[in-house]
Design a protein around this ligand. Structure first.
Ligand code: NIG
Ligand code: FE
Length: 419
């Protein structure tokens, strides 16, 4: 019989319980908070999320009891867009941008994604895993218990497979949950600049079949952008990915209005990500096709831009908005969802409740895991966090702070702040 665990004395048990679907409109603000709530967990599953007295009745001698000390307890964050496996850093480019260079200028002179590709190709699988474990630890300490993880810094068959295998190894060797995405179409590698069609054929005819055969990814993503992959090329790659049974995600309209959102709708993708330049037509197309927007304000902030995506318009249009970090060495070097919550509230005028929903249950649905994680409800996996605050709004209000006091994955403690 698996062991039992009770978590009592929560100032707010933020359950996010509700209809079994991604939240839209006014439902984004419904956090289903239980004041003085408690959890009862058996093995890795939540059995009861209710008032303290209902849980206390279940406590037997062999039950482990955690006193949350009148803190907020809520689901672990689900970060639905990250690039966490790479070698080297780009602090030099960060410095150049601080002196006025732009992301696109740096990329045009061979820096940007291509500089990380060079370093990643020169790195072994073991070195990549080792480097990425540092980031795994950061995610957990910030209260994230599941990340979607993209490849995309290899851009050869062997190097893309190496990154996806590193993600698989990280999933096995660490406590964080990973959802792998193949992003072989993150950039046209230098050696194919004059033969882009050849690289696209390589992705379609050689990379995708290997990735699918070895079951190394659940999703396929493409960086659809002016100067990167056109909408036609993106369509070809994602259509092929769908034939291999992969779900679809797109980097869309990040730097220019290049038609990515409309294409995501045509392809019935799971998500369209970034959307800084998406207009009303694009928003309407996403709505008609039920595509979830994944908003990444960390990259807007870190690139020193002011063009945040139109979150309010998207919410008003009825879209099931998701927030994520876009953790990567170039445009968004943060693993912190609380930092993203802060940006969402201050820069995009989402309320703290909307932002929390976007980074938990809506993110879980965008990864096809809405029935497993993202809320604290009977039968779901016990991935939860005790945050060192009394009111959930503090998570977005205090910024630059590591809020978690303790983090649990599969009902097991994986991080605890030293007292
Ligand atoms: O989501 N836009 C493309 N990919 C990443 C940036 C990757 C990088 O700069 O290394 C993004 O912002
Ligand atoms: Fe990204």
């Amino acid at each position: 019989m698996p062991g039992t665990l009770a978590v009592i004395n929560c100032s707010q048990l933020v359950t996010l319980a509700g209809a079994k679907r991604p939240r839209t409109g006014g439902d984004l603000r419904q956090l289903s908070i239980i004041e003085d709530g408690a959890l009862f967990i058996r093995g890795d599953r939540i059995e009861v999320a209710d008032r303290r007295r209902e849980v206390e009745r279940l406590i037997t001698d062999d039950c482990e009891v955690i006193d949350a000390g009148r803190r907020v307890v809520m689901p672990g964050f689900v970060d639905a867009h990250t690039h966490p496996v790479f070698a080297g850093l780009r602090a030099n480019e960060f410095e150049q941008r601080s002196s006025g260079a732009t992301y696109r200028e740096i990329a045009a002179r061979g820096g940007g994604i291509r500089s990380t590709v060079r370093a990643t190709r020169n790195s072994s699988l073991n070195d990549l895993v080792k480097a990425s474990k540092r980031y795994t630890d950061w995610f957990l300490r910030c209260g994230t218990t599941t990340v979607e993880a993209k490849s995309g810094y290899g851009l050869t068959i062997e190097d893309e497979l190496k990154i996806l295998r590193a993600i698989k190894q990280l999933a096995q060797e660490t406590k964080l949950n990973y959802v792998p995405t193949f992003l072989g179409a993150h950039d046209i590698p230098s050696e194919y600049r004059s033969r882009r069609a050849t690289y696209i054929n390589l992705i379609i005819n050689e990379m995708l079949p290997r990735v699918a055969e070895e079951k190394l990814a659940e999703y396929c993503d493409v960086f659809c952008e002016t100067d990167v992959f056109t909408t036609d090329e993106t369509w070809q790659i994602l259509s092929a990915a769908r034939c291999h049974g992969l779900g679809l995600r797109l980097h869309a309209d990040q730097l220019t209005l290049s038609g990515g959102a409309k294409l995501a709708a045509e392809l019935n993708a799971a998500t369209a990500d970034h959307l800084e330049h998406t207009d009303a037509t694009g928003i309407a197309a996403l709505k008609a096709a039920n595509v979830q927007p994944v908003l990444l304000p960390g990259s807007v902030y870190a690139l020193g831009s002011h063009q945040y995506p139109a979150a309010r318009e998207m919410i008003e249009a009825g879209l099931a908005v998701v927030l994520a970090t876009d953790f990567n060495p170039g445009s968004s070097p943060t693993p912190s969802i609380p930092m993203i919550l802060s940006l969402a509230c201050t820069q995009m005028k989402m309320t703290p409740a909307e932002a929390l929903t976007a980074a938990t249950i809506n993110a879980a649905y965008s990864l096809g895991r809405g029935d497993e994680i993202g809320s604290l409800e009977k039968g779901k996996r016990a991935d939860f966090v005790i945050h060192d605050c009394e009111d959930y709004r503090e998570l977005a209000y205090f910024f630059g702070v590591e809020h978690p006091q303790a983090v649990y994955v599969h009902g097991t403690q994986v991080f605890r702040r030293e007292e």
